[in-house]
Design a protein around this ligand. Structure first.
Ligand code: C2E
Ligand code: MG
Ligand code: MG
Ligand code: MG
Length: 284
């Protein structure tokens, strides 16, 4: 019986694995030309102060539009780009787009708008990342406080002293450093002590659980209280309902992001929604 079961399991896995492999190969094939073909587009999801509803900026979220594949989700292509190294070039494109956007909004909008960029572990292995960030900022002359870097625990897991120094340097320069997906890893609390985080983003799974139990609510409340006592501001991501927003407001959560407040959108739609004329095509 066990032999029979073993064989079924084996054939099940090979079929699934070969499907995964061909999808992977297909994506990799198309990814190779995606940057030069201009298939990547940075979307922007707005972030608001929870107490005043003031718009303070956006998170940059990458989209890949491909003729054959349609629009591919970053949760599918980012891990792939991480493993084949493409993320290094793609990441530079995202950083440059975000910085150009900051500069554009700076002259078109009456209040400063910050942009948060996600950085993944592989990008930090490339030692030119930090130098590139410095170079882009210098060239664009944007205030450093308008660029936020979101890093997950994955970046810090393999961190050495050099990375620690680099993050401290960027923080010293005035960039905003935030910990993404807080609460999903093993050592988030430990990293809060070791790195210069300005912002903590509570993972959306905790926000989804709000008002399902007292324990779920208490947990979010405690994360916010703890962060504030460390001088760290808190972003709640994945806010989808008014009742979630109200609970977060009562806990004095600083910043909100989620479909309720605004979905990730093109820069044109973003500009349209905040009432500034699209500047992309009027620049010459
Ligand atoms: P993340 O950084 O945690 O981004 C938040 C994700 O939650 C985004 O998914 C966003 O669209 C989604 N989201 C926002 N509000 C809501 C909501 O109310 N409900 C729900 N259910 N989801 C919401 P997205 O855009 O698919 O990105 C997925 C992940 O891919 C990101 O998670 C980030 O880890 C990664 N990613 C995206 N863009 C980049 C990039 O430019 N570079 C790198 N390295 N990673 C990126
Ligand atoms: Mg993020
Ligand atoms: Mg997140
Ligand atoms: Mg995530």
């Amino acid at each position: 019986h066990s032999k029979q079961q073993g064989r079924n399991t084996y054939s099940f896995f090979t079929e699934k694995m070969s499907q995964d492999l061909s999808r992977r190969l297909l994506l990799e094939e198309h990814m190779r030309h995606a940057l030069e073909q201009g298939e990547f587009e940075v979307y922007y999801q707005p972030q608001f102060m929870i107490d005043s509803n003031e718009l303070i900026g956006a998170e940059a979220l990458l989209r890949w539009h491909n003729k054959t594949l349609g629009t591919v989700s970053p949760s599918e292509f980012i891990p792939l780009a991480e493993s084949n190294g493409e993320i290094v070039a793609i990441g530079k494109y995202v950083l440059q787009s975000a910085i150009a956007q900051i500069k554009t909004w700076q002259s078109a909008y009456d209040r400063p708008l910050k942009v948060a960029v996600n950085l993944s572990p592989r990008q930090f292995k490339d030692r030119t990342l930090i130098a590139d960030i410095r170079k882009y900022i210098q060239q664009s002359q944007i205030p450093t406080s308008l660029l936020e870097l979101e890093i997950t625990e994955g970046v810090l897991l393999s961190a050495d002293e050099e990375l620690k120094d680099s993050l401290n340097d960027l923080h010293q320069l005035g960039l905003v450093i935030s910990m993404d997906d807080f609460g999903t890893g093993y050592s988030s609390l430990n990293y809060l002590r070791q790195y210069p985080f300005d912002i903590l983003k509570i993972d959306q799974s905790f926000i989804a659980d709000l008002s399902t139990s007292q324990a779920a609510d208490d947990l979010v409340n405690s994360i916010i209280t703890m962060s504030h006592s460390l001088g760290i501001r808190v972003v709640a991501e994945g806010i989808e309902t008014l009742s979630q927003l109200k609970i977060l407001q009562s806990y004095q959560c600083d910043i909100g992001q989620g479909f309720l407040l605004g979905e990730p959108m093109t820069s044109e739609d973003f500009e349209h929604s905040i009432g500034i004329k699209s500047v992309k095509y009027t620049q010459s």
